[in-house]
Ligand binder design. Structure first.
Ligand code: NOJ
Length: 553
């Protein structure tokens, strides 16, 4: 434990902080709602639909980047951290959207992308125009190439999107590092100017009133001294050594610095880490003087298996408990195959990416059935849960998108071997009968990615009218979670009637999630909610779940 444990940051004085138990809804602004008909969602679209989010019963929204950007990685390539890209609106519209959210009782978290900038950021342009060894170059990671003519990259690191993580500066012996696309040069976090710039950015958004930040690639900002070659297999799993570019101890100093800035502000501002590491390592990011939460990716990667979930849940609770931090529970986001689709595959924990026209297709009915059951686990656990836009509709991945529509740099950098993440980023269906399923204003049929025909079945106007819809189920379960205060509760494991069943108690609720195919007996207790509409008669069918009241009435 660090010595700063003794500093007693503000959050300890105001327990329980809102983020300890919050349900946070991820908005991917490009695909949520389009107010101007250009086929790309925007901030006004979000403002106009705020009542939908308030009605859903979530506590906060997290917005993926809407900053100025050439959009080489859908906005995760930022060219100006303190302005809104005209695609999404402007700062005035941001303020209006934020006020509407606050009036509706919703907190707002924005994305911070500190590992890299866009190559069109003024700093990178300046770096390229400046000599080797200049202060402008020192803000990034430039190195001399290897080989007789410097024709080889400085080390063997691979970009997360495929290919080498280095690009040569034309006509010189210098290369620059980019752990993602060529258009996303990595920043040098040993440079004090980089620190100052991000503190300015934090303050800029905090002053405008945001309630927190989601920190992109939080485990990547510091690279191992000397940039040594990676060893075989080092970047493939969250468990074990992640390699010299990830999870270096130095990253924690940065988060301590930021935590102090956040604590200067009122209102309990929060920070959540996107760090693809094991629960043990993740806990280090959420020590009391660093971030508040970290996305639980090991939970997201778990196969549809009761024992595997029991283990990952207990491991998360143990590890996060040691640093007195809440766990998060998350099954989908804009980087992985939607879980309603994953759960319809024969081997769910292993298909975070890659289902396409060229591969085996999911069983949509089974996937949806399991997705509905899974919320009885995710929303029944104490801590904070994340919902990715559309999952409340049971929305599947677009697994049949023609490759000609693809935009994810992963697709291009792997020559199509990895189809990338476009399938989970498809615009949301609001109205079954409208062009573009109501994503845009009246009669606009534009969508930046194509929606499959099946989206008509999942449209919000259809689900709002159907008391048995997935949307109705989410609303009910979210209300019960709040009523029984499950976010602040504790897990007590109960003896399940079968090895494929996960059964736990949290406060006055008993969650029973049947991950097997066979029907199992239920305890003789009142049912509060059930994932499938069939009458139960004391039995729980396969791939379904219930919440029961823990006491006989
Ligand atoms: C993680 C983000 O979630 C992803 O969408 C992005 O491509 C990479 N970080 C790079 O910023």
């Amino acid at each position: 434990m660090q010595s700063s444990e003794t500093t007693q940051p503000a959050r300890q004085r105001q327990e329980p902080s809102w983020w300890r138990h919050a349900v946070i809804y991820q908005i991917y602004p490009r695909s949520f709602a389009d107010s101007d008909g250009d086929g790309i969602g925007d901030l006004q679209g979000i403002r106009d639909r705020m009542s939908y989010l308030a009605r859903l019963g979530v506590d906060a929204i997290w917005l993926s980047p809407f900053y100025r950007s050439p959009q080489a990685d859908a906005g995760y390539d930022v060219s100006d951290y303190r302005d809104v890209d005209p695609l999404f609106g402007d700062l005035d519209e941001f303020d209006k959207m934020l006020s509407r959210a606050h009036e509706s009782g919703l907190k707002v978290i924005v994305d911070l992308v500190p590992n890299h900038t866009s190559d069109e950021h003024v700093w990178f342009k300046e770096a390229l125009a400046s000599p080797v060894g200049s202060p402008a170059r020192d803000r990034y990671i430039f190195r001399k190439g290897k080989g007789a003519n410097n024709e080889l990259p400085p080390n063997n690191w691979q970009s997360m999107f495929g290919g080498s993580a280095w690009t040569r500066v034309d006509g010189t012996d210098q290369w620059y590092l980019h752990m993602f696309d060529t258009k996303q040069p990595d920043l040098n976090w040993h440079n004090p100017e980089v620190h100052e710039e991000f503190i300015r950015t934090l303050r800029f958004w905090l002053d405008r009133g945001v309630d927190g930040f989601r920190v992109d690639v939080a485990h990547g900002l510091i690279k191992k001294e000397g940039l040594p070659d990676a060893e075989e297999g080092q970047v493939t799993n969250v468990d074990g050594d992640r390699g010299p570019m990830w999870d270096q101890d130095g990253v924690h100093d940065i988060y301590r610095e930021w935590r102090k800035v956040l604590d200067e502000y009122d209102g309990d501002r929060s920070m959540v880490a996107e760090a693809w590491v094991s629960p043990e390592r993740m806990a280090r990011y959420i020590r009391s003087d660093e971030m508040c939460q970290a996305f639980n990716f090991p939970y997201m990667m778990t196969p549809w298996n009761a024992d595997a979930y029991r283990q990952v849940i207990q491991r998360s609770l143990d590890e996060f408990g040691k640093v007195n931090a809440p766990s998060t529970w998350v099954l989908s986001n804009h980087d992985v195959t939607r879980h309603a689709t994953r759960f319809g595959m024969p081997n769910p924990g292993t298909v975070l990416r890659g289902i396409s026209l060229h591969t085996e297709q999911p069983d949509e009915v089974l996937g949806l059935r399991r997705a509905r059951a899974s919320i009885f686990m995710t929303l029944g656990l104490p801590g904070s849960a994340y919902i990715y836009q559309g999952e409340e509709l049971g929305l599947p991945e677009n697994t049949t998108m023609d490759d000609s529509f693809r935009q994810d740099p992963t697709y291009f950098r792997t020559n199509g071997k990895d189809v990338g993440r476009d399938g989970c980023r498809v615009p949301i269906p609001w109205k079954a009968k409208a062009p573009a399923y109501g994503f845009g204003p009246d009669n606009s049929a534009n969508t930046w990615l194509p929606q499959p025909d099946s989206f008509a079945r999942y449209a919000i106007d259809v689900e709002e009218k159907d008391p048995l819809s997935t949307l109705a189920l989410y609303r009910r379960v979210l209300k019960l979670r709040q009523w029984y205060d499950l976010g602040n509760g504790e897990v007590e494991w109960l003896d399940a009637p079968h090895k494929d069943v996960l059964m736990f108690r949290n406060r006055d609720v008993i969650a029973v999630i049947n991950m097997g195919d066979q029907t199992v007996p239920l305890p003789d207790l009142p049912i509060l909610a059930q994932s499938q509409p069939e009458t139960m008669d004391g039995l729980l069918p396969g791939n379904s779940a219930v919440w029961m009241f823990a006491h006989k009435r």
